[in-house]
Ligand binder design. Sequence first.
Ligand SMILES: C[S@@+](CC[C@H](N)C(=O)[O-])C[C@H]1O[C@@H](n2cnc3c(N)ncnc32)[C@H](O)[C@@H]1O
Length: 240
Amino acid sequence: MSYLKMLSQFGASSAHPGGFSATLEQLQHFNISKESNILEVGCGTGRTSCFLSKNGYQITAIDIDTDMLKKAKKRAEAQELNINFVEADVCCLPFKDNQFDVILAESVTNFADYHTALSEYYRVLKSGGTLYDREIVEVIPIPSDLRPPLFDFFAFRQLASLDQWKSLLNSIKYNHVSSWDYSLLVLDNRDQVNHPDEFQYPDSHIFTNFQALQTSFEYIDFINTYKEYLGSVVLIGSKP
Ligand SMILES: C[S@@+](CC[C@H](N)C(=O)[O-])C[C@H]1O[C@@H](n2cnc3c(N)ncnc32)[C@H](O)[C@@H]1O
C-alpha cells in the first residue's frame, strides 16, 4: 500500500514534519490577518483548515485525493464549519489568477512537480500575498543507491536542498524569499499526546489491515534510516 493511501486509510491528520504542534507554532509566529482569503493546498484530512476556519478565517482547501477530502469534509461538518473543499491537483489549480492572500502547504509540494506547483501557487496569489510551504528538504546529499527506495516509498517527485528550493522560488519571481524552522527530521510521538485529534476517522477494520499496518511500520523504518539526510523547513515567498 502506498504511503499516502495508508495516511488516508488511517485518517491521519497533521501528517507533516512536527505535526499539529508545528502548525500551531507557525501560525503563532506568522500572524495572518483575519481578513485574509486563505488557500490550503494538499489539506489531507483537513485539520489545519478546520482550525483556521474555527478561528474565523475564510478558507478554501484542496486535495487530489477523494478519500482524504471525504474525511476533511466530515471533520468540518462535525464542527459546523464552512470550508470550500475542492478536489484538485496543485499543478493545475482551478482558480483564477490573483485570488488568495495566503497559501499554506504542509508536506505537499514534494509529491508533485515542484516547479509547476510553485508556479501555480504564484499565479493564484494576489499581489502582496504570501506562500508558506513546509516541506521535507535534503540536508546532505542522499547516496545514489539510497535514493530509489525513498522515492518509491513516498512517491516524491523530487527532493531538494534548502538552497535549491530558494533558487526555484526566486526564479519563479517570488520576492522576500526566506525560510523558517529549518531542522532535521525526527520521529516524535509527543505531538499526538499533546494534541490528540478528536476528529480522526480511520477506515473500519484499519487495525487489522495488514497492508496499512505494514506501510506504517515501513514509514518508521524509512525515517530512521534517512534521518541524517532529511530535514524540514517552512519556505516563504511573496508575490510582488
Ligand atoms: C503527507 S500528506 C499531508 C496532508 C496535510 N497537509 C497534512 O499535513 O496532514 C500529503 C497530501 O498531499 C496531497 N497531494 C499529493 N499530491 C497532490 C497534488 N498533486 N495535488 C493536490 N494534493 C496532493 C495528498 O493527497 C495528501 O493529502
